[in-house]
Design a protein around this ligand. Structure first.
Ligand SMILES: [Zn+2]
Length: 198
């Protein structure tokens, strides 16, 4: 997998959903990590040597050429999902690369940081794709949280964004988004109990 294909594009989350064959909610992050060759471990699994302290929600670094995500296993599961998606964002968007050293952490306190903001945007687009929520007519934070297995807090941001997107009526404009929608269509039909052919 060439991560450079995804870098600095608005479409990165859509491409990952397509390339990894994700076709239902909640998005299977384990599958995505396996497809991308990313190792995912709990802080408790790792004995770190060197200067990197294990603190914060999560961490991305390279072990040789292999990307590794670590996460704090003591956080709630929905929050852990967002953390892993956020760290995947750092990887896919090229914020940390093999051979450069360094690590990207999840840190809410620096949300104004453009790199952190980009990783958060990637994460929410990956976990709660707008066109799928639109297809499901899932617009409340409660519904989005349950469908996507994300925190109500994260779902609330998505619900507000959905309101803006619906106001503009801009769904399925991009060819990539149309492909994502098509990939999720059987799931959407089943969830809405629409018989085939309608
Ligand atoms: Zn981060």
């Amino acid at each position: 997998m060439n991560y450079k294909d995804y870098q600095n594009t608005r479409d990165a989350a859509w491409k990952i959903l397509l390339d990894c064959g994700i076709e239902k909610l909640p998005v299977d992050l384990n599958h995505i990590c396996r497809q991308l060759g990313v190792g995912v471990y709990r802080y408790g699994d790792i004995t770190m040597t060197g200067e990197t302290p294990l603190q914060g929600d999560g961490l991305l670094y390279f072990e040789g050429s292999r990307p590794v995500i670590l996460f704090d296993q003591d956080k709630p599961p929905a929050r852990i999902r967002f953390t892993i998606a956020h760290e995947l964002g750092h990887l896919v968007l090229g914020h940390v690369a093999a051979g450069q050293g360094g690590a990207a952490k999840r840190d809410f306190s620096v949300a104004a940081d453009p790199v952190e903001a980009a990783a958060n945007r990637f994460a929410i687009r990956l976990l709660a794709p707008a066109c799928v929520l639109w297809g499901l007519e899932a617009y409340t934070a409660q519904e989005i949280s349950q469908l996507c297995n994300i925190s109500v807090q994260a779902a609330q941001f998505r619900a507000e964004r959905m309101l803006v997107l619906r106001g503009r009526g801009k769904f399925l404009i991009s060819a990539l988004e149309q492909q994502v929608y098509k990939q999720f269509q059987p799931f959407i039909r089943e969830a809405r109990q629409i018989p085939p052919g309608e």
